[in-house]
Design a protein around this ligand. Structure first.
Ligand SMILES: NC(=O)c1ccc[n+]([C@@H]2O[C@H](COP(=O)([O-])OP(=O)(O)OC[C@H]3O[C@@H](n4cnc5c(N)ncnc54)[C@H](OP(=O)(O)O)[C@@H]3O)[C@@H](O)[C@H]2O)c1
Length: 330
């Protein structure tokens, strides 16, 4: 995967950066996720501002999340108040949703995202899922009958156009398996810089990480703490193995999970609305796991939490075969 940035980076934050893409653009190792259940605008706006105060510079959003506008407002406020010195210090990711995953709708969707964000460009623009759904406002769950065959080549050409126009400094994908990446690499003029996927000690994605390393694609972890659903049954935050390692090292379970991800060479986006946790989640760079810790984590049973089926209404039938979207690669 990408290498760590040296001292030349423009972001003067304590969060290290990976050098990503053909021109080696710095991407912070930890960013703030902005999916929030329930979504309360003021809470997310405040979390973005607090994160920026604490030194976060990467904010992850998407057309689907309804968070672009508040992210834009918080960033504008941070720039105005001097918390952030200039736009160049920031790293903003957004994503095109399945309902806009059609060649002619990608650029308009990015333009709408930029308007919401009050920005002239995003640092990273991703195809959210390798799946196309009948055009409409971004939403989920989506009807199975609305799934359409995806024109990956046409959609990627539109992504490349976004980059050429200077509206996306880098382009990439999300939720792509090695098979989907291979398909994309065979047609891309500009290869994807990043693949954002579910990644944590309970879904370790060894095959995908090796593949991406080999192809110089930066892996970015989402749901690095096991996500937001079923908090009492969260496989990462309730893991006995992580808890025991945390106890012996004087670290929290969250920190053990995030440190493990960092040691895989992956960057990550983690969501919290709480100042203490936002701070805790970036205190992972001045210590490391032992070989024994890594080997215990390597034995944790594997379970994928987020699947394409979660995005679809349970009823209905799709005429398009989507069996290759959710390949459980170990
Ligand atoms: N590309 C995709 O398809 C995709 C899919 C899912 C998510 N994402 C992105 O990834 C981001 C992160 O993933 P996620 O939101 O699913 O979940 P996550 O970051 O794995 O976990 C967030 C949950 O953990 C809690 N938390 C945060 N820090 C903690 C700590 N130190 N100790 C204990 N609990 C802690 C948060 O609660 P509090 O807020 O109460 O602290 C929140 O409920 C999303 O927000 C989104 O930006 C992308």
């Amino acid at each position: 995967m990408a290498s760590l940035a040296g001292r030349s980076s423009i972001r003067h934050s304590k969060i290290p950066e990976f050098l990503v893409g053909p021109s080696g653009q710095p991407m912070p190792a930890v960013g703030l996720g902005t999916v929030s259940h329930p979504f309360v605008e003021d809470e997310v706006r405040a979390a973005v501002l607090t994160a920026l105060e604490l030194g976060y510079r990467h904010i992850d959003t998407a057309a689907l999340y309804a968070s672009e506008r508040v992210v834009g407002e918080a960033m504008a406020e941070a720039l105005q108040s001097g918390i952030v010195a200039s736009r160049e210090e920031l790293f903003v990711t957004s994503k095109v949703w399945c309902t806009q995953c059609h060649p002619e709708l990608v650029l308009p969707s990015l333009k709408e995202s930029l308007q919401n964000l009050q920005m002239e460009y995003v640092d990273l623009y991703l195809i959210h899922w390798p799946m196309a759904v009948k055009p409409s406002k971004p939403h989920f769950p989506m009807k199975r009958e609305d799934i359409l065959p995806m024109d990956l080549s046409g959609v990627w050409q539109a992504m490349e156009e976004c980059h050429r126009l200077g509206l996306a400094k880098m382009i990439g994908v999300s939720n792509f398996t090695t098979k989907k990446l291979q398909e994309l690499l065979s047609i891309a003029k500009i290869p994807p810089a990043v693949n954002q996927v579910e990644l944590n000690p309970t879904w370790q994605q060894k095959k995908l990480i090796e593949f991406c390393k080999d192809k110089s694609i930066q892996v970015a972890a989402y749901s690095p703490l096991g996500g937001q659903r079923i908090p009492k049954m969260n496989p990462v935050r309730q893991s006995d193995v992580l808890e025991e390692i945390g106890r012996t090292r004087g670290k929290s379970v969250a920190q053990i999970s995030l440190r493990w991800i960092y040691e895989q060479g992956a960057s990550m986006v983690v969501k919290s609305l709480k100042r203490e946790r936002l701070k805790e989640n970036i205190e992972i760079f001045d210590w490391e796991l032992s070989d024994g810790d890594r080997s215990k984590i390597g034995q944790i049973p594997q379970r994928k939490l987020i699947t394409v089926q979660n995005l679809l209404c349970p009823e209905g039938i799709s005429s398009v075969d989507i069996s290759d979207v959710d390949v459980f690669e170990m």
